[in-house]
Write a protein that binds this ligand. Sequence first.
Ligand SMILES: CC(C)(COP(=O)(O)OP(=O)(O)OC[C@H]1O[C@@H](n2cnc3c(N)ncnc32)[C@H](O)[C@@H]1OP(=O)(O)O)[C@@H](O)C(=O)NCCC(=O)NCCS
Length: 167
Amino acid sequence: MKDMDISIGILEERHIRAIVEATKGTNVDYLEMCIRENHEKKRVTLAAFIEDEFAGLVNLIFLSDYLYFKNNNIPEINDLLATPKYSHQGIGAKLIDEMEAYAKDTYKYIGLGVGLYKDYGAAHRLYSRKGYVPDGNGLMYNNLEAVPGSHVRVDNDLLLYLVKQLS
Ligand SMILES: CC(C)(COP(=O)(O)OP(=O)(O)OC[C@H]1O[C@@H](n2cnc3c(N)ncnc32)[C@H](O)[C@@H]1OP(=O)(O)O)[C@@H](O)C(=O)NCCC(=O)NCCS
């Protein structure tokens, strides 16, 4: 796919229908919340389209819920997604590039949290290829440290946070 086929821009109300159709399940309330928080300057949400078809989405949250990121002024890449139809064509990598470019004049680091089970396998490989490394704080469950000897459930709240230096 050539670069010029992909258009990436800020999420807008007019995109919602195409996103819901392409993903069969993205919650409209969630998308509305993203648009609201873009207006409130709490996050930036980018949507990628190939011609008129939705291909991917990513957020950059300026004040993460994860305390280590919040305390260290690290914005969080969140809810990165490429639709199955357009996966393995560089959309995920391009959306990350866009967020890094957006953040690099303001922030020294950028970060993200990733789940540990196999559904996140493509993300693990992508983040590793893009130069993201663990933040050094170990495993988190619900954003609290999973300490040795504790029992945690392997689900979407069990995360490893990764960071990348931007400059
Ligand atoms: C993770 C995710 C966003 C990756 O999106 P993607 O657009 O497929 O990512 P990319 O295309 O940039 O990279 C994926 C693979 O495609 C390959 N690729 C990229 N462009 C390519 C091209 N033009 N031709 C062939 N392969 C290509 C990459 O090398 C990479 O291969 P690898 O997995 O063997 O290393 C997507 O799989 C997804 O939505 N997963 C579910 C949600 C999720 O896990 N999100 C992350 C939450 S933390």
